[in-house]
Structure formats: structure tokens, C-alpha cells
Design a binder for this molecule. Structure first.
Ligand code: SF4
Length: 343
């Protein structure tokens, strides 16, 4: 993404090199789709400006401005919105309904709190509507239909042609695909280089908690500190794993989590760590499916929010490492039960 986006500093930034800026939150859907949108707006002559990584001040600002009870990632998104309001020429707050799925028959919905985030932010803050881009989008649509959907909702405000939008979208979809392929390539290299017979922890979750160090309390660094090799789920292409035993799986990210859980279960040296948040409605179901898939294989579910602390997480990680070590010594993955941690 180098060269197609900038990071927000303190001062407003309405133009970069003659390009009007488009603000985006590095939160919720923004973590997964910013590659697509940065390239899309770049091709149209704009420059995406992302909020900086979440810090304590942004998390607190989000909590203080909430007008409803939600999970921690949604509260954090409100802190990101507060940070960027009024500081860019346009503010991009789309309503993303769904995401591409491995099979057309799958539904691929985003959670309703992600879908409704734009409405919640508009209710919480007095946002100048003349600067807002708030299209309702189905990323699962084929490119032509998605192009029509985008065009109808933002073309006149940005004063760009439908043809330009189509060109920009096709280019951005290619870049996003290339990015995903690079991730999978890195994942394969990591798996190939892994020491044979050594355990590997596969971490499932959602991009906005997996890759946000405030939300995950530096999980990756803490695992490394105690000598645990780990890989986030997005580095593994699980699209070919059969999901016919979960025919009603509603959530796009839920389907990815369940497919990854199956991959963990079927690989003797993989161990599962699922990262979730208090008040996560989707995970109140998905956790049960995850446990069902794991059976007697050990796993760890870490449930975090703004009250969680790194020291407490470290204790749980060390306990899980000991469980894994014991299982590996016995070469018996059937003798242990799951460990769920919420505090
Ligand atoms: S999936 Fe869970 S954590 Fe994510 S926004 Fe929805 S409720 Fe919050």
C-alpha cells in the first residue's frame, strides 16, 4: 500500500499533492478492506488518509462517546472516528453488508454492528453530511454489479465518471487479490520453514482485533516472548475446506474461523487460539462451533476488552504453552480439554 495512503497526524490534511483526501478508520472493516479502498481512491485522483494505530487515548475517547452498549472493537472505532472528524476533505464511512465468499451459496455477512457502524457514528457525532461518503455496499457482488452500486452512491459527490469508477474498482480488486496471494505465500513459507514436529499456534479472530495491538494487548509479541510460534489465520488459505456441515453459517468471518478451526483440528501439531471480545454476539455461537470442532484437542479462547491487562493474558498464555508441551510430550492430543479464559 506504500504510496497510495497517508497516516493522519494531528493537523487537518485536506489535500496531498493536489489530491483531495478521503479519511478512513483503521478500525473494524477498515483493517480488512483498506488495501482495496486506498487503491480505488488513488486511481480516481484522491488520497486515502488512515487513522493511526489504536492507542490508549483513542480507545478511551471511543468509550466516553458511546451512546449504546457494544463490544470493544466498536467502541474503539468511535475513537478512530473522533480522531479524524473534520480533518480530511471527505470522510468514507461505508456500510459494508457482506464480503466475498469461497462458494457463491455462502452468505458472507458482516456482523450487524459492523454493518450499522456508519449510522452509529453519525448519531454520536454531528458530522457535516456534505463531506460524507456513506455508500451501502455488497462486496460479495460481481465486479459489474458492485461498480453500479458504488457509482450510484458516490459518483456525483466525487464528480467522477462511471467509466473511471469501473477502471478504479477493477484495478483495486486486482491489488486486493495480489495482497491476499502475498499473504498466503508468506504463510506457506512460514509453514514450510517451521521446525517439524514443533507445535504451531494458529490464531483465529477478526482483523480488527488480530492486528490491532491495543485490542490484542500485543498478543504476537507476548507469544514470541514465551517461545510460542504462532500464525494468524489470514496467512492460511482455507477456502477449499468443506463447510457443508455448517450450511447456515451466516457470517463471512465466522466461516473463515470455522474452516481454520477444522484445519487446526486435522493437523496434529497445530493448536488453536481464538481471540474474541466480551459482548460479541457472533462469537456467542461461533465459540460453540469452535469447541465442537476441536473435540478433546486443547485450545485457548481469549476474551478481551478495555479492562483486560497484558500481565493477565501472559499468565494464560504460559498456562496454554504448558498444556501444549504436555500434549506434545505424550503425543496424545485426545487427553486434554479446552481452556476458556475470560476475565
Ligand atoms: S463480530 Fe463481534 S467483535 Fe466484531 S463487531 Fe460484531 S459483535 Fe463486535
Amino acid at each position: 500500500m506504500t504510496g497510495v495512503y497517508a497516516e493522519l497526524k494531528e493537523a487537518p490534511i485536506h489535500e496531498i499533492d493536489g489530491r483531495p483526501t478521503v479519511g478512513m478508520m483503521r478500525a473494524l472493516y477498515g483493517v480488512r478492506t483498506s488495501v482495496l479502498w486506498a487503491h480505488f481512491f488513488d486511481q480516481l485522483g484522491f488520497r486515502v488518509v488512515l487513522t493511526p494505530p489504536t492507542n490508549q487515548q483513542m480507545a478511551r475517547a471511543g468509550i466516553e462517546t458511546m451512546i449504546a452498549e457494544t463490544c470493544f472493537p466498536v467502541r474503539v472505532s468511535q475513537g478512530h472516528a473522533k480522531q479524524i472528524l473534520g480533518k480530511t476533505r471527505f470522510l468514507f464511512l461505508p456500510t459494508l453488508i457482506d464480503m466475498p465468499t469461497p462458494k457463491p451459496s455462502e452468505r458472507g455477512f458482516y456482523c450487524p454492528l459492523v454493518q450499522s457502524n456508519s449510522y452509529m457514528l453519525r448519531a454520536a457525532f454531528s458530522i457535516d453530511p456534505s463531506n460524507l461518503l456513506t455508500p451501502v455496499l455488497h462486496l460479495k457482488h460481481d465486479p459489474d454489479t458492485l461498480c453500479l452500486e458504488i457509482s450510484d452512491q458516490i459518483r456525483s459527490r466525487l464528480r467522477v465518471s462511471k467509466k473511471a469508477i469501473k477502471f478504479a474498482l477493477m484495478n483495486a480488486l486486482e491489488k486486493q487479490k495480489h495482497f491476499m496471494n502475498e499473504l498466503y505465500h508468506s504463510g506457506r513459507e512460514i509453514l514450510n520453514d517451521a521446525v517439524p514436529d514443533e507445535p504451531l499456534v494458529i490464531v483465529t479472530g477478526r482483523p480488527y482485533n488480530l492486528y490491532d495491538e491495543r485490542l490484542n494487548l500485543r498478543l504476537g509479541q507476548n507469544l514470541a516472548k514465551i517461545g510460542v510460534a504462532a500464525l494468524p489465520m489470514d496467512f492460511i488459505d482455507v477456502s477449499s475446506i468443506d463447510l457443508s456441515d455448517f450450511p447456515s453459517m451466516y457470517w463471512g468471518l465466522g466461516a473463515q474461523i470455522i474452516r481454520t478451526a477444522k484445519s487446526i483440528k486435522n493437523s496434529p501439531h497445530y493448536f488453536g487460539l481464538h481471540l474474541t471480545n466480551f459482548s460479541c454476539g457472533a462469537d456467542s455461537f461461533i465459540e460453540h462451533f469452535y469447541k465442537h470442532i476441536m473435540g478433546e484437542k486443547p485450545y485457548l479462547i481469549l476474551e478481551l476488552d478495555e479492562h483486560s491487562a497484558a500481565a493477565g493474558v501472559m499468565t494464560r498464555l504460559e498456562a496454554y504453552r504448558n498444556v501444549i508441551d504436555n500434549v506434545m510430550q505424550k503425543f496424545d492430543v485426545t487427553g486434554k480439554s479446552g481452556l476458556k479464559v475470560a476475565y
